[in-house]
Design a protein around this ligand. Sequence first.
Ligand SMILES: *Cc1c(COP(=O)(O)O)cnc(C)c1O
Length: 358
Amino acid sequence: MEIRIQPVDPAKRHPKPADETKLIFGRVFSDHMFLMDWRAGQGWQEPRIVPYHDLQLDPAAMVLHYGQGIFEGMKAYRWHDGTIRLFRPEKNWERFNGSARRMCMPEIDVARQFEFVENLLRIDQDWVPHSIGSSLYVRPTMIASEAHLGVRPASEYLYYVITGPVAAYYAEGFNPVKIYVSDEFVRAVRGGVGEAKTMANYASSLYAAEYAKSRGFTQVLWLDAVERRFVEEVGTMNIFFRIHDELVTPALSGSILPGVTRDSVIQLAKHWGITVQERPIAIDEVIDAVKSGAMKEIFGTGTAAVVSPVGEISFKEESVRVQNGGVGEWSQKFYDEIIGIQYGEKEDKFGWVYRVKI
Ligand SMILES: *Cc1c(COP(=O)(O)O)cnc(C)c1O
């Protein structure tokens, strides 16, 4: 399967951002996109790189009604020598296939996903920003495109990849977040789709997120759906607790998204000799540890922010401050190490960085 490439008409190129350090996340897109179709009985067809354009979908396209859709999020980083790198991209591509299986959608061979994104990055290489912290966000997506009103797996899908430059998440240094513990609304239930990067999870999180925002909080801390007691994630990030000098994070139970950043923090911590416990952690244990002073730091992890320190938690009308509302030593250390590896300023001991062939 050859990739057909149709470059954009130079007159129709998107304007490049004037200041790449001041981009709003997810608003600016590069000149090209990758597309490919799947039909039952035929498999994946017609891989192509074409100018970024509006999609044409039948109003009965199944994704628009039943939400059969998945996505991924990763970044391409420019090193100061001009080369472009991806961070553990195979993890994203394997996770994409995991999400596809859970949602009864067709998988895409990992080596081919590599090839598609590499070709797209090659044609839009000028879109990868130059300043440290900024990067080109890569968003692979798959949707059920078959026109049919009826609940069953679709027989036609569209896979596409769009990219766009994004600024460093913390242009002016870390900004610890205030989080609201939701014991009323839940994100995902064990046996549900919480561990898949599927659209429903984000739609279902909006109400609680808006509620938290209206009360002055930045993010929701999600508890398990059954007992409403065990911590799961924070916003769209995984969560870590430093209790004394051990690192605790909820075990992957099926309702938690298996983050690449989560896995990287765990591996780094172990490499540094830190004890890591992947286990259920109850919200009462969290609040008690904050009050007793045993809780040294809390932070979220994800591709967009890398590390997001938590400065305050509110649970049942009670608010407690963590690390005096500031940034903990470990949060900073994990952040610096991961950013350092991504931009080639720290040694890549684990072989996490992939050099894109341009
Ligand atoms: C994407 C995502 C994460 C973080 O995953 P990374 O691979 O580290 O970016 C965590 N939780 C949710 C719900 C997510 O969608």
